[in-house]
Write a protein that binds this ligand. Structure first.
Ligand SMILES: NC(=O)c1ccc[n+]([C@@H]2O[C@H](COP(=O)([O-])OP(=O)(O)OC[C@H]3O[C@@H](n4cnc5c(N)ncnc54)[C@H](OP(=O)(O)O)[C@@H]3O)[C@@H](O)[C@H]2O)c1
Length: 386
C-alpha cells in the first residue's frame, strides 16, 4: 500500500525536494495535501501537477485566487486554522513539516495528535517546545522522523544500537561562509555575503542561521530532544566539507559516521521510506575525487549565537522559545538591512536576559513566551536603540 503524504511548506527548499522524491517514488507515495505561506503561484502549479485532495495557504488573502485556479476537486484551506484543519482532516501516514520558524509548532502537534508520523524539517518545533512535542509523540505512539541531515545521520548511526551505549553525539557544522573571515570585519558582512552558503542551497532564514551558527545551536537543542542525550554529551565539531553529516561515539570507543555529498534529498527520502531504503536520485561519485576531511572545535567568541543556544538548553523551560522568537525577529531585521550582522546575537541576548523563564511550561506558556519575545524585541530592543 502506498504511504499517504502531506507536505507543509511545499513551496520551500525542503518542500520542493520532498515533492521530487514523491515524484521519483510514485509507486511508494501518494501526495494527499500540500500547504504554503503565500507563494500562490508555485502552489497552484504544484496542485495542478500533483492533484492532491487538499491544499492550504496561510495568507488568507490568496484563498480566492487559489480556489479559482485549481481543479474544484481540490479542497482549499486558508489561514492558520485552515492549515491546522488540513493536517487533522486528511487521512495520511506522514506529514513532512517543512514550514520555516515557530509557525511550524502547532501543525507538528496537530500531526501528532491526529496520529500521523512527522518527517520533521521544522527544527523550530523542537527548539520552542521539544519537551512537549516528544511527550505528545510518545503519548500518541507517533514517530518523529528526522529530516535535518545531521539528525538523520545520528538516527542512521543508531539503528540497531542500544541508546544506553551512547557516549557522545558529535554534531558536525560546516562553519558557514565566514569560518575563515577575520572576526574584526564581521560588522561589515552584507546580506548577500551571508546568503552565499558554501555547501547547502537552502531558504533565506536557515542560511542566515547557518552563517551565525544559530542553526547549529538549534540542532544542538534538537539533538537533545530527539535522542534524549544531555547537552554536555553533545559535541559540536566544525567540518567545512559537510561530508560527514554527524557521528555517534559509543562506550566501547567505536565511532559511527554517516557520510555523503550534501544533498537534502538523501535524508528526506530516508525519512519517507523508513524503515526501508529505496533507490535514490543522488550521485555520490564525486565524493571521492578530492575527499579531504577537516575537523576543528568551534570558537564561541566567533559564534556567539551558538553560545546562546547552548545556554538556552541549560536553562530550558521557555528560554529556547524566547531564543527562537528573538532570532526570527533579528534575522528578518538583518534581511531587511535594518541591523548589522553583528547585532543579531546582541539583540537576541538582550531579549533572552529580560525574559522570566517558566520552568515547566504547558503549550500556552510556550506560545506566550514566543509572543512576549517578539513584542519585547520590537518595542524595547529595536526602538530603544541598540
Ligand atoms: N533547506 C534546507 O536544506 C534545510 C535543511 C534542514 C532543515 N531545514 C529546516 O526546514 C524548514 C524549512 O526550511 P527551508 O529552507 O525549506 O525554508 P524555505 O525555503 O524558506 O521554505 C519555507 C516554506 O514554509 C512555508 N511557510 C512559511 N510559513 C508558513 C505557514 N505559517 N504556514 C504554511 N507554510 C508556511 C513557505 O511558504 P511560501 O513559499 O509561501 O513562503 C515555504 O513553503 C526550516 O525549519 C529549516 O530550518 C531546512
Amino acid at each position: 500500500m502506498k504511504k499517504r503524504i502531506i507536505i507543509l511548506g511545499s513551496t520551500g527548499s525542503i518542500g520542493k525536494n520532498a515533492l521530487k522524491i514523491v515524484n521519483h517514488l510514485k509507486d511508494e507515495f501518494e501526495l494527499v495535501a500540500i500547504a504554503a505561506n503565500s507563494n500562490v503561484k508555485d502552489l497552484i502549479e504544484q496542485i495542478n501537477t500533483f492533484k492532491p485532495e487538499g491544499a492550504g495557504i496561510f495568507d488568507e488573502r490568496h484563498h480566492k485566487n487559489l480556489s479559482e485556479n485549481v481543479n474544484s476537486k481540490c479542497r482549499i484551506f486558508s489561514g492558520q486554522r485552515g492549515i491546522r484543519a488540513l493536517v487533522r482532516e486528511h487521512e495520511a501516514d506522514i506529514v513532512v513539516n517543512s514550514i520555516v520558524g515557530a509557525a511550524g509548532l502547532l501543525p507538528t502537534l496537530d500531526s501528532i495528535e491526529s496520529g500521523k508520523s512527522v518527517a520533521l524539517a521544522n527544527k523550530e518545533s523542537l527548539v520552542v517546545a521539544g519537551k512537549l512535542v516528544m511527550a505528545e509523540a510518545k503519548k500518541n505512539n507517533v514517530e518523529i522522523l528526522p529530516v535535518d541531515s545531521e539528525h538523520s545521520a545520528i538516527w542512521q548511526c543508531l539503528i540497531g544500537e542500544n541508546y544506553s551505549n551512547i557516549k557522545n553525539i558529535i554534531l558536525t557544522a560546516s562553519g558557514g561562509p565566514f569560518l575563515k573571515r577575520n572576526i574584526d570585519t564581521y560588522e561589515s558582512i552584507t546580506v548577500e555575503e551571508a546568503l552565499d552558503h558554501p555547501n547547502w542551497d537552502m531558504g533565506n532564514k536557515i542560511t542566515i542561521d547557518s552563517a551565525t551558527l544559530m542553526n547549529k545551536g538549534f540542532e544542538f537543542i534538537e539533538t537533545h530532544w530527539l535522542f534524549g542525550i544531555p547537552g554536555d554529551r553533545i559535541k559540536i565539531m566544525i567540518h567545512p566539507q559537510s561530508i560527514v553529516h554527524s557521528m555517534v561515539e559509543f562506550n566501547d570507543g567505536s565511532i559511527k559516521a554517516q557520510i555523503g555529498i550534501p544533498d537534502m534529498r538523501i535524508p528526506i527520502q530516508f525519512a519517507l521510506t523508513y524503515p526501508e531504503r529505496k533507490k535514490g536520485t543522488v550521485d555520490n561519485r564525486s565524493l571521492f575525487n578530492s575527499m579531504q576531511l577537516e575537523f576543528e572545535q568551534p570558537d564561541l567568541e566567533q559564534y556567539p549565537c551558538l553560545r546562546l543556544a547552548i545556554q538556552a538548553l541549560k536553562v530550558s523551560g521557555t528560554a529556547p522559545a524566547v531564543l527562537n522568537a528573538a532570532n526570527e525577529m533579528a534575522v528578518n531585521a538583518f534581511l531587511r538591512k535594518e541591523i548589522k550582522f553583528t547585532e543579531i546575537p546582541v539583540l537576541i541576548e538582550r531579549t533572552v536576559k529580560n525574559h522570566d523563564v517558566i520552568d515547566d511550561p504547558i503549550l500556552e506558556d510556550y506560545l506566550e513566551a514566543d509572543r512576549w519575545a517578539r513584542d519585547y524585541f520590537k518595542n524595547e530592543v529595536v526602538r530603544n536603540g541598540n
